[in-house]
Ligand binder design. Sequence first.
Ligand SMILES: Nc1ncnc2c1ncn2[C@@H]1O[C@H](COP(=O)(O)OP(=O)(O)OP(=O)(O)O)[C@@H](O)[C@H]1O
Ligand SMILES: [Mg+2]
Length: 112
Amino acid sequence: MKRIEAVVRPEKLQDVKNALVNIGATGMTLEDVRGFGRQKGQTSTYRGISYTVEFLTKKRLVLVVPDDQLDLILQTVTSAAATGTIGDGKIFVSSVEEAIRIRTGETGEPAL
Ligand SMILES: Nc1ncnc2c1ncn2[C@@H]1O[C@H](COP(=O)(O)OP(=O)(O)OP(=O)(O)O)[C@@H](O)[C@H]1O
Ligand SMILES: [Mg+2]
């Protein structure tokens, strides 16, 4: 199992969610987050120089998915979240050792 953490633009959240549901995602967690990337939160500069670092509002989607769905989900998020301009977001992938579906006691990928 893989954990996908996608930090996306708030205005792209619905597009990303709908695209993920359409390809069969069984669940996800949404968090309101703030952060900055390479531009240090600057959306414009004064005389080309920025002095402050600002946190920008983003949405973070977390999904744990079966290994064989990873590539499709990464492509889907990337495509749905993109505008082609700075601040489109970032995706982090990590390995997950175990999952448990509390109601049924299922474990591993069947629990997802
Ligand atoms: N290295 C990182 N570690 C943790 N979070 C990050 C990292 N890079 C970006 N983020 C998160 O992703 C959000 C969006 O990042 P952003 O898309 O601006 O990345 P970038 O590397 O600056 O790319 P771009 O040049 O396209 O803007 C940030 O506000 C922050 O929340
Ligand atoms: Mg950036």
